[in-house]
Design a protein around this ligand. Structure first.
Ligand code: HEM
Length: 430
């Protein structure tokens, strides 16, 4: 059970416009790009798979770094070739995720994403089994995704036209992860707004502090409730989970650790899948023969999703901090440097894929790194795939003639170099 009735899932809340517009998100972040960055990324990768300079410097774009507090005063390097990008992701000894650490103290805003092993390994292990494929396809669909998609797609049946970015792509992920954590459906958007504010990239200091306090309060309330009456949700699971760090015996997670973990899940689960669902639907509709192919052969739904992750991963770059001197592809990287990994360029590396700039449903599958790789590979990837899978199938079942609305602005890919998605997706449903 999602816990959110259909009217909540379909509510016409102006917060969707505020929180789920790829273009204004990038403008507010200060990293909006007017142009398609792929020609620049491809050219840089083809010149050399690794460069001295932050990725934006190498591409000749204005400086912006999502993790500016940790990159200031450091030398940057950019990895763009597939083999080296994979190797860089996998080296979690010399290259650290502390690059995501945003504050002076030890407080971890982004939980496991900013931890290194053995701490990272222990915390990830405590939650990992919740996210394995059989659970994402079984439990996650049965308890949350099917009902949420069903209510949203059911609501569309009364209409002839829709804007899918806001009515579907934004709603499915935020309601899925909110319900899975145990928060009520009507709290989903207010919670997401507080969460986005708490990161400080789109808000002032006062809004950041207030956002942090709201997130902590809402999750802590849930922990107290679940401690008294465990349910079928992530918090109840984490309360029961055991963690084993090297210098401690096995123990349960404390409240701060659970809040931190939920904060990351709600953040990672609510934004990325929204953008990627828009990208895969865009790819299927902009050349409608693809929609027809997938509709006729549903075994192509999974390849359609995977190919979208290769062709246009919604987060084109991630970074690492060198904590030891190292070398990548013959380039010396001194300790203290920041390494930007451009997985978008790596995913289009010509030795690995023919015609890599083309979205091709039928290409033989080769592993891409749209979900990262190595110790920090996306924990929620099976859940994200499940959400997209159920949503695409439901649209095809109910609206076989679905197509881009020619009387509305045509969709296009937009955003920054660090996060990308579609401008909007106006469709004719019937
Ligand atoms: C299409 C959607 C998604 C994409 C493209 C995506 C991408 C990624 C990538 C590339 C990383 C690795 C970052 C790094 O190595 O620095 C990551 C990590 C992570 N993702 Fe996702 N993600 C998606 C959806 C989700 C969802 C739905 C959830 C939660 C349900 C989630 C939870 C996480 C977590 C917890 C981590 C940190 C893992 C760790 O540090 O060990 N993601 N994601």
């Amino acid at each position: 059970m999602s816990g959110a009735p259909g009217d909540v899932l379909n509510a016409d809340d102006s917060l969707y416009d505020e929180l789920y517009d790829v273009r204004s998100e990038a403008i507010e972040n200060g990293n909006f790009l007017e142009m398609d960055p792929y020609p620049l990324m491809n050219a840089a990768r083809d010149r050399a798979p690794v460069h001295k300079g932050f990725l934006r410097e190498v591409l000749g774009l204005p400086f912006y770094h999502r993790h500016r507090m940790t990159v200031e005063g450091r030398q940057g390097y950019a990895v763009l070739g597939y083999d080296l990008a994979e190797k860089t992701f996998r080296d979690n000894v010399r290259l650290s995720n502390r690059v995501y650490h945003m504050n002076p103290g030890d407080f971890k805003m982004l939980g496991i994403l900013e931890m290194d092993s053995p701490e990272h390994f222990a915390h990830r292990k405590a939650a990992q089994s919740l996210f394995i494929k059989p659970r994402a396809v079984g439990m996650w669909r049965d308890r949350w995704i099917n009902e949420i998609v069903g209510a949203i797609v059911g609501n569309l049946q009364a209409k002839d036209r829709a804007e899918l970015n806001m009515t579907l792509c934004a709603r499915v992920p935020v309601h899925t992860i909110t319900a899975a954590v145990g928060l009520r459906g009507e709290q989903a958007l207010a919670f997401r707004k507080a969460l986005v504010n708490s990161l400080g990239t789109r808000s002032g200091r006062a809004a950041q502090a207030e956002g942090m306090a709201t997130v902590d309060r809402m999750v802590t309330e849930q922990i107290e409730l679940r401690r008294k009456a465990p349910g079928e949700d992530i918090i109840s699971w984490l309360l029961a989970a055991e963690i084993e760090l090297p210098d401690e015996g096995p123990r349960t997670l404390n409240d701060v650790e659970i809040v931190t973990f939920c904060r990351l899940l709600l953040l990672a689960g609510g934004g990325t899948t929204w953008r990627q669902m828009g990208i895969v639907l865009y790819a299927l509709l902009v050349d409608r023969s693809r929609w027809e192919d997938v509709k006729a052969d549903r075994s192509l739904v999974e390849p359609a999703i995977q190919e979208s992750m290769r062709w246009n991963p919604n987060n084109p770059m991630f970074s690492r901090l060198a904590v030891q001197d190292t070398e990548i592809g013959g380039m010396e990287i001194p300790a203290g440097s920041v390494v930007d990994i451009c997985l978008a360029a790596a995913n289009r590396d010509p030795p690995r894929w023919d015609n890599p700039d083309v979205y091709d449903l039928h290409r033989p599958f080769r592993q891409h790194i749209g979900f990262g790789v190595g110790a920090h590979m996306c924990l929620g990837r099976n859940v994200a795939e499940s959400e997209m899978y159920v949503a695409i199938n439901a649209l095809m079942d109910h609206f076989p003639d679905l197509r881009i609305d020619p009387d509305q602005p045509a969709p296009y890919l937009t955003g920054g170099l660090e996060q990308r998605g579609i401008s909007g997706l106006h469709v004719l449903l019937k």
